[in-house]
Design a protein around this ligand. Structure first.
Ligand SMILES: *Cc1c(COP(=O)(O)O)cnc(C)c1O
Length: 494
């Protein structure tokens, strides 16, 4: 199996190995890497996964997508990445909190958000790709973050050999807890720096560094090169396929489904990476019925699924599910490629870049609608979903997960399809304490992170995740703030 660009429509597309796809991130023509074929899992092979641990299932699935990686090395990497000390109580536990609705809790990792599922293992995959390719320079990972990704990347890359990481965050654009999480980050190869400006300033600064030839030469002379931990990298997508396969195994093992019976999947969606991973699991042969794509007020995907028109020219809303405040869902490109091939994908992406809008071909949309339904949750519906779930089931969910659950409820009311549904639960409610408290009708009067954790704990009686509590006791290591013109200097130690 090789990897090709989603925009390469030539008769013999340029194919690279999985290690190369992970090293490069983006293809040279601006497309995303996709495997030339999706490996199939037979019922017998799925059955063989049932007794395995999460780490063992992960090694089994990943080895099919990363054939040039050494199998034993993959097993080691999975064992370390998904061990109990990183994911206390298991990597992706399922919990049925409402009849037929199973939360797939993806937030038991070191930063309490689902990005950990990929970012705990991805740095190891990159590190191995570096040594397979004979690269002698260090990779210097640059991240601009609006909150969750930066912390998850820092935790994933800390003390990984051959790599260092610098995270830039907007000085006044992250929550007090997110800032605290990043500025206390331990590790010998990490750096964190605030930028005076908003998220776009930080993001544009990082893009400018990547595009600057003179900086690349200076880095080369200093023995490193710049690389990204972006969510369009296949090394972030592949590990996400695993938890959908694993959830199916757990439903069969727990007696909810017989082998071969289908589950539905609901995913609170931003960049379309998480739900696309579920789509790949389905293409592998995991019995999945419908994929419910849940959006907040930035409902560009719901509109797309319903109208065939992807239009980013619209008002941008800041919501209480900020990780889904996105108008360009980059990984949708992979789905377009899978359903319609490279020529039309390239055309759609050109139109999006040029005009901010495209209309997908009818044939592609017919296939897409056979798999996906799209739903939107307003801010009021999101808050109401948090509250009603707490009142009915004493189960506390974060605003992102609530958007997903709202989609489940709309879908069930509309179709009467009562098939068991796996709901991707993407963050701990303790990461969004102020909004969760307000949704429960108990708004907080403080923005002190410790007081907020305490308040939610008192209201709900649920345990505060240890990593968040620990953060509050760690010393602050990184206090530097720079102008956006000064960002490059940070990378060269001045
Ligand atoms: C990143 C993120 C999402 C969106 O996931 P995509 O893969 O970008 O669609 C949803 N919820 C949380 C908490 C996130 O951090």
């Amino acid at each position: 199996m090789k990897y090709v660009s989603t925009r390469d429509a030539s008769a013999a597309p340029r194919a690279v190995s999985s290690a190369e796809a992970i090293l490069r991130g983006l293809a040279p023509d601006g497309g995303l890497y996709m495997p030339t074929e999706i490996p199939r899992l037979t019922d017998a092979e799925l059955t063989a996964l049932l007794p395995l641990s999460y780490a063992e299932r992960a090694a089994e699935i990943l080895s099919r997508f990363l054939p040039d990686y050494d199998r034993a090395a993959l097993s080691d990497d999975c064992a370390v990445s998904y061990a109990d000390d990183r994911f206390p109580g298991g990597a992706a536990p399922l919990l049925e909190f409402e009849r037929g609705v199973h939360a797939l809790e993806l937030w038991h990792g070191p930063t309490c958000a689902f990005k950990d599922m990929a970012l705990q293992i991805m740095p190891r995959l990159l590190s191995r790709a570096l040594s397979m390719s004979g690269e002698r320079r260090q990779a210097h990972i640059l991240v601009a973050t609006s909150g969750d990704t930066g912390k998850a990347a820092l935790e994933g890359y800390r003390d990984v050999p051959g790599v260092r990481i610098t995270v830039f965050y907007p000085l006044d654009g992250v929550s007090p807890m997110q800032k605290r999480q990043m500025t206390t980050q331990p590790g010998g190869n990490v750096n964190v720096c605030a930028v005076r400006g908003n998220f776009d300033d930080a993001q544009n600064g990082v893009k400018a560094i990547f595009a600057d030839g003179a900086l690349a030469r200076r880095a080369d002379e200093a023995g490193f090169f710049f690389s990204s931990a972006n969510s369009i990298n296949w090394g972030r997508l592949a590990p996400q396929i695993v938890y959908y396969v694993s959830a199916y195994c757990d439903l069969v093992r727990g007696g909810t489904l017989k082998m071969g019976e289908k589950m539905n999947v609901a995913v609170p969606t931003g960049n379309f990476g998480n739900i696309f991973a579920a789509c790949v699991a389905r293409a592998m042969g995991v019995p999945i019925g419908r994929l419910l794509c849940a959006s907040n007020a930035n409902c560009v995907l719901t509109d797309f699924i319903r109208t065939c028109v992807y239009d980013r020219r619209r008002v941008f809303y800041k919501t209480m599910s900020p990780s889904m405040d996105i108008l360009i869902s980059s990984n949708l490109e992979r789905l377009l490629w899978l359903l319609g091939g490279p020529s039309q994908t390239a055309l759609c992406m050109q139109a999006l870049a040029r005009d901010g809008v495209y209309t997908a071909p009818e044939t592609t949309m017919t296939s897409l609608r056979r798999l996906f339904s799209g739903y939107t949750a307003s801010e009021a519906e999101t808050a109401e979903t948090i509250r009603s779930t707490w009142e009915r089931a004493q189960y506390l969910i974060d605003p992102h997960t609530a958007v997903g659950l709202c989609a489940v409820r709309q879908y069930r009311a509309e179709t009467g399809d009562e098939r068991p549904v796996v709901l991707a639960s993407t963050a701990s409610p303790y990461k969004f304490t102020a909004d969760v408290l307000a949704s429960l009708g108990r708004p907080a009067v403080t923005d002190d992170p410790a007081a907020l954790l305490d308040a939610l704990h008192k209201v709900s009686g649920t345990p505060i995740p240890a990593p968040l509590e620990r953060t509050l006791t760690l010393p602050i290591r990184f206090t530097r703030a720079v102008e956006k013109e000064e960002m490059a200097g940070v990378l060269f130690g001045n």
